[in-house]
Structures are given as C-alpha cells and as structure tokens.
Design a protein around this ligand. Structure first.
Ligand code: PXL
Length: 275
C-alpha cells in the first residue's frame, strides 16, 4: 500500500527545521507526504532575530473541509511546531476526522528545549498541547517538553528513577508509547528512552558535544518514516538516532552552519538503515 503521511508544522523558510526537514525525510522514507503549514516564518526562532511570522490558523478549516469533500484520508498524522493555541483544536479535529482506521498519530510537542519554552509559547499553549498529547499513539518529547507537560521539575543531571517517573507521568493511557529524546546519564553518551507497555528500553549512543539546532525535527521525521516502514517503536527510535548522529557528524566543524543540520547529503544512510 502506498502510504500517505500528513505532517502539520511550520515552514521556517530558512533554518532546516520543521516542514523543510520533514518533507524531504519522509519522502526519502518512501512516504507520500502531505503538508499542512501551521505558520510561515522567515527563519526559525532560535538564534535569528527580527523574523517574520504569519499564523495560518485561519486557513486550516477551509483546507480540512476541502479534503473532506474530496474524501481524502491519511495513514499517519505527525504534528510538530504549531502556530497558535487556537490551532490545536483544529489539529485535533483533523486527527479525529481525516485518519484511516488504524492510522498512526505521532505528536512531537515542539515547544521547548534546554529548560525553556520557545519564544512564541506560554503556559496557555502548554495546557492546550497537553490535550493534543493525550490523543497521540506515540509521543515524542525532549526532557524539557516532558517537564512542561507533566509539571515535573527540569533537571540537567538525573538518574534512571527520574526518567522513569517522567515517562510514567507522561503516558496518557496504557497503550500510548513514549519516545523521550536527549536522555544522557553519562558525559560521553546520550540516547533515547522508549516506553511501551509499561516497559522502558534505552538506546544509548555517542554524544557529539556541539548541540545542533533542528536535530529534534530530523529525529522525529526519521522516526515516523521508519515506523511507517513497519519498524518496531524501538527499531524506529534506533534508526532515527543513528541517522541524526550521522547528520550532526556531517555538520560538525562548520561554524557558519549553526542554525541547522546538513541532513541532505546523509539521506542515503537513512535509506540504507531502513533496508
Ligand atoms: O525545531 C523546532 C522549531 C520549529 N519551528 C520553529 C522554531 C523551532 C525551534 O526553535 O523556532 C519556528
């Protein structure tokens, strides 16, 4: 079956994040990728100043109504950075109305990192994001986002008990799977925690000192692409991690490229990992 993945997130014209990353990566994974831009920005908001921002909330109902008229349904929905609090109800309606039976719904609650919310978001947005997260089959936060969603205190250093508490509080129901990114118990390594059926698995890999912007979106897109290629949650989490590390290594050392990862020349490695 030729699978259709709908992804809802912003277009940051410059910055190698959100849709400009999700579309090529999902396409490379063999998915027909349908995009619904949540907003259009001249650049992303992490490090550039004076960026433009056009919220596309008002366009969503009309787009969804047209899809309904055409009888268009999706095999998966993957949401990332959203444009407004009001938009979240519209995304929930799309998740309810436009997904095929058994479709996969992945939410990356892209709203925070390094202990802080991104500039565009506030506590009202966090509350609305909680509603979206409840409906996800797979939730894909980093530790900062997990803390905002649960009210657990954010920590830079922690142990396995802390991570266990965090994923336990995050899971909205017994069926929901959690993939928590950027979990590091040692200086030299980092990794992802996969929480499924009450069990925790950890994929540990090397940590490259330079923190690159946009790695969360590269990771989430590769993860969804791998899941849609019928990989297990753990396998998809591992493939996405290996690909993201390859992208960071390829970018490392290029000081001018601080705003994103050079994921494009490494797409062949992702395709190989899926074989
Ligand atoms: O990568 C997450 C992201 C997506 N979109 C926009 C952002 C960010 C992170 O800062 O600013 C506009």
């Amino acid at each position: 079956m030729y699978k259709k993945v709908l992804t809802i997130q912003d277009i940051s014209c410059v910055g190698q994040c959100s849709l400009t990353v999700a579309l090529p990566i999902l396409s490379a994974c063999g998915m027909e990728t349908i995009i619904l831009p949540s907003a259009i920005l001249s650049t992303h908001t992490a490090g550039f100043s004076g960026f433009t921002f056009r919220d596309l909330t008002e366009d969503i109902d009309g787009i969804a109504a047209h899809w309904a008229k055409e009888g268009i349904f999706f095999d998966s929905l993957y949401t990332g950075y959203l444009g407004s609090t009001e938009q979240i109800d519209k995304v929930l309606a799309i998740a309810k109305d436009r997904l095929k039976e058994g479709a996969l719904f992945v939410v990356d609650p892209a709203m925070a990192d390094n202990g802080k919310l991104y500039p565009a978001f506030d506590s009202v947005f966090v509350e609305a994001m909680k509603k979206l997260c409840e409906k996800a089959d797979v939730l894909l936060p980093n530790i900062t986002e997990a803390c905002f969603l649960t009210g657990v205190e954010y920590k830079e250093t922690y142990d396995e008990a802390y991570i266990k508490e965090l994923v336990g509080k995050l899971a909205a129901n017994e069926k929901q799977k959690i993939v928590l990114t950027g979990v590091s118990y040692k200086k030299e390594t980092t990794g992802v925690v996969v929480y499924e059926n009450g069990e925790i698995q950890y994929y540990e890999h090397e940590r490259i000192e330079k923190g690159c912007h946009g790695t969360g979106d590269v990771y989430a897109s590769a993860f969804v692409g791998a899941l849609m290629n019928d990989k297990s949650t753990y396998e998809a989490a591992r493939i996405a991690a290996d690909y993201t590390v390859a992208c960071i290594k390829y970018t490392q050392g290029d000081e001018e490229h601080w705003y994103g990862v050079k994921f494009e020349p490494v797409l062949g490695q992702l395709i190989d990992l899926l074989k």
